[in-house]
Design a protein around this ligand. Structure first.
Ligand code: FE2
Length: 236
């Protein structure tokens, strides 16, 4: 659904059929398939999800050109953190284990010495992704949660905290970049072998993961960072 802005009146099912990326997005809000013909707004109400927040996230995720400037101030930062944590959970508990199982299957199916190299490269990449997610889960997000707690108080005070969102912004690197090396390895350099469909499946999954990570990082850069900067200004 390129360049279409999703509205509350649209049917939830239409978002999915127009843009398959919504498939991974909806479960992060606790929305499962079986949505019938209900509108986005109806489902949000039913699930007690703030519709404006949902629309903001979906539009940023699905549309690289969408700039949410005016709507940012109304975002509930706790809701945003929950969404980001759910996304990380999906990567760690679903996507990465599935990719790992595909690589294992590839190693079993393909009798070629280069599989060892592919496996090594892949494992190295997964370590980097996990480090990236762990930093966010254990350092950046707890800081945002603590800041959000303080903001709710009469006299917010974060003077004891030796961290600010600028640190996160600075070190927020592109974990999806290395994925393209992995893709190239499979597309260009890994010799033709008896892998037939498994290679296609791995590539499909890697491309899907890559896209998801790019869109996820956009939410962190375009939504999380500006909101937290705004909160920091309030307490300082
Ligand atoms: Fe993240």
């Amino acid at each position: 659904m390129k360049d279409i802005i999703i509205s509350g009146r649209m049917k939830m099912a239409d978002i999915i059929s127009h843009d398959k990326r919504a498939l991974v997005l909806l479960p992060r809000f606790g929305i499962e398939m079986g949505v019938g013909d209900k509108s986005v707004k109806d489902i949000c109400n039913q699930k007690e999800i703030d519709t404006d927040f949902f629309l903001l996230m979906v539009n940023v995720f699905l549309n690289a050109n969408y700039f949410p400037d005016r709507k940012l101030k109304s975002v509930d930062v706790d809701m945003l953190l929950l969404y980001l944590e759910n996304s990380h959970k999906y990567y760690l508990e679903e996507k990465i284990p599935y990719l790992e199982s595909l690589i294992e299957e590839f190693k079993k199916t393909v009798d070629h010495p280069a599989t060892e190299q592919l496996d090594k490269f892949f494992k190295q990449y997964i370590i980097e992704v996990k480090d990236h997610l762990a930093y966010e889960d254990h350092t950046a997000f707890p800081y945002v949660a603590a800041l959000s707690e303080q903001i709710k108080k009469n006299n917010p005070d974060i003077s004891a905290v030796d961290y600010h969102i600028g640190v996160f912004e600075e070190r927020h690197d592109n974990i999806e970049e290395k994925l393209s090396d992995l893709k190239s390895l499979l597309i260009k350099y890994f010799p033709p072998s008896n892998d037939r469909y498994i290679r296609i499946r791995i590539l499909n999954e890697l491309m899907d993961f890559e896209e998801d990570l790019i869109n996820h990082a956009r939410i962190e850069d375009k939504v999380l960072i500006p909101i937290v900067e705004h909160l920091e200004q309030k307490v300082n």
